[in-house]
Structure formats: structure tokens, C-alpha cells
Design a protein around this ligand. Structure first.
Ligand code: COA
Ligand code: MG
Length: 274
């Protein structure tokens, strides 16, 4: 599943829901949790019946972020009944939190938001329902007594990232937060940095950020051109019985060829030589 950009939309805010499908996000996350005040929780949940199909009508995947409290099961059931593609489960502490979800909860994005969740990230990532992992910086900082910043969140974000990668799951997030949605340059740099580390996409809270994420989390033209040349040269080298070779002075062997395949795969290109 391609999830370069995931746009958070508080489920009770009709004005946001109404045009969410026009924003170009790979996924919309209808939020029932932190962006919804206690008094609006029931309204937000009831709104899913209409909001889920509405925000998905241009092809975006639809996830619902459920509450981690006693509302969790009710929220999850409402999301599944409304036809959501998956759930986003906040404050995941252990694989048991995933087992407790209702039967139809097949695709879950797990958010790690505590020290204990971080230390269980591998087991959480291994859970069959989990398709992606991310670290919730604000809640994580609150749980650990840290001041949220690029410095304090970098290690937990990277540990979460490697837990996801160790189990072949998607890894979502940026390594630094950008305060202004108008700061396209800062956002572009942050997204490019995350992409260099192998993150697959990131969530955002404002539609202005969506195109920046969509552009950052696909290989650029130069990488695609390079990958094509590597695959072509590798196919030729293999025919000559060579596993390692030089391409314009660059040493190429198996991991570089695999990476080139993955670049073409992420760009939606099937290598023509195979
Ligand atoms: N989803 C969909 N549409 C959104 C949106 C969102 N998250 N945030 C803003 N918009 C829309 C507005 O409705 C407006 O649309 P229009 O001009 O076509 O009518 C346009 O984008 C510009 O909005 P803007 O005036 O810049 O923002 P705002 O002041 O209305 O809202 C926030 C700013 C931060 C309050 C709002 O973006 C928001 O609530 N985001 C989600 C927060 C959230 O989900 N948090 C939990 C996850 S951490
Ligand atoms: Mg939170």
C-alpha cells in the first residue's frame, strides 16, 4: 500500500471532511482521538457513516484513529461498519492492545507514544494486523518527561522506524517537526531527510503539506535514471557470469541492485529487463 501522505481530519469538523477528498492525500485519517474534544466524541463517531465514504471518494485510503480508552471498541466497530480501510491505534503499549480490537480490524497503523510502547516496538511491528508504525512525538514527550524537539525525538523515532523495517512494515513520520505549514522549504527538507532514512511517508494536519509529502516520498528523476542503468548493467553482467562490476567507476553488487529494484518499484516502474 502506498502511503506517502496521510491527512488528519477531525471527524466532527464537517467543513474539513467536506473537501478532504480533494486534497490529494494517499490516505485520510478521520480522527476520533486527540483532535476531538470529549463532548464531541459521540458526534464524531456517528459522523463516520457518511464521512468514511465521503473522504474516500477520490480513491484515498481511509483510516480512522480510534481512542485508546474505553471508547476504543465502539470507535473501531463504527469505523469498520462505515467501511474504513483500516484503523490507526494510538498509545499502543503491547501486541495485546491489537488482539483486543474487533475482528474486522485487519489493517492497523500503530502509534508508539510511551517508553513502554517503544521498548515493545518490535513485538508490535510483528503483529499480523499491523501494516505501519509511527511515533507520536507529543505524547511520547509527555510520557517520558521530555521536551519535544528534533533532538529528543530522533532516537525514539529511529528505533520505531527500524522496528517497522525489521518486520517489513511501513514506517511513517519525519525526524523533525515543522511548525508552520507554509514553510514549504523546511517541510521539503524534513521530508527528504526522512525519505533518505527509508521512511515511506508521513502524516500531516494541514492540506498544504500533502503535495510536499507526495513529492518527497517517491524517488526523484535522477534516482530513477540511475536505478534503470544499474538494472540494465546488472542484467548484462549476470549474463556474463559476474555478480559484482563497475558502472562508470561505481562499484555495484547485490545490495545496490536490490536497492535499484526497490527504487523502480516505489516509482511504479517495472524493470524492463526482467
Ligand atoms: N483537513 C482537511 N481540510 C483542512 C484541514 C484538515 N486537517 N485543515 C485545514 N483544512 C482546510 C480548511 O477547511 C480550509 O479549506 P478552504 O479554504 O478550502 O475552505 C483550508 O484547508 C485552509 O485552512 P486554514 O484556514 O489554513 O486552517 P484552519 O485555521 O481552518 O485550521 C488547524 C488549522 C490546525 C486548526 C486545522 O488544520 C486542523 O484542525 N488540523 C487537524 C488537526 C488534527 O487532526 N490533529 C490531530 C492529529 S495530530
Ligand atoms: Mg496524541
Amino acid at each position: 500500500m502506498r502511503l506517502r501522505s496521510l491527512l488528519y481530519v477531525p471527524a466532527h469538523v464537517e467543513r474539513f471532511v467536506a473537501k478532504a477528498h480533494e486534497r490529494g492525500a494517499d490516505a485520510v485519517i478521520l480522527d476520533l482521538e486527540d483532535a476531538v474534544p470529549a463532548a464531541e466524541k459521540a458526534t464524531a463517531r456517528a459522523a463516520l457513516t457518511k464521512a468514511v465514504p465521503d473522504v474516500g471518494r477520490s480513491g484515498a485510503r481511509v483510516f480512522v484513529r480510534v481512542n485508546a480508552t474505553e471508547l476504543c471498541i465502539m470507535d473501531a466497530e463504527a469505523a469498520i461498519t462505515a467501511g474504513a480501510d483500516g484503523l490507526m491505534l494510538p498509545k499502543v503499549e503491547s501486541p495485546g492492545d491489537l488482539d483486543r480490537l474487533p475482528k474486522g480490524s485487519k489493517k492497523v497503523i500503530a502509534i508508539i507514544e510511551s517508553a513502554s510502547g517503544l521498548l515493545a516496538a518490535q513485538q508490535i511491528a510483528a503483529h499480523p494486523r499491523v501494516i505501519a508504525l509511527c511515533l507520536g512525538g507529543e505524547d511520547f514527550a509527555t510520557d517520558t518527561g521530555a521536551t519535544p524537539s528534533a533532538e529528543t525525538l530522533r532516537l525514539p523515532k529511529l528505533l520505531t522506524h527500524y522496528a517497522a523495517k525489521a518486520h517489513g512494515k511501513l514506517s511513517l513520520g519525519l525526524l523533525r517537526s515543522v511548525a508552520q505549514f507554509d514553510d514549504t522549504e523546511g517541510l521539503t527538507e524534513a521530508a527528504a531527510e526522512a525519505a533518505r532514512f527509508g521512511f515511506d511517508g508521513a502524516s500531516c494536519i494541514h492540506p498544504k503539506v500533502v503535495p510536499v509529502l507526495n513529492a518527497a516520498f517517491v524517488p526523484d528523476e535522477a534516482s530513477i535514471a540511475h536505478a534503470r542503468r544499474v538494472i540494465a548493467a546488472a542484467t548484462e553482467a549476470e549474463a556474463q557470469g559476474k555478480g559484482a562490476f563497475l558502472l562508470d567507476g561505481e562499484f555495484i553488487d547485490a545490495p545496490i541492485v536490490s536497492r535499484a529494484r526497490s527504487v523502480l518499484d516505489r516509482a511504479g516502474i517495472v524493470p524492463s529487463h526482467e
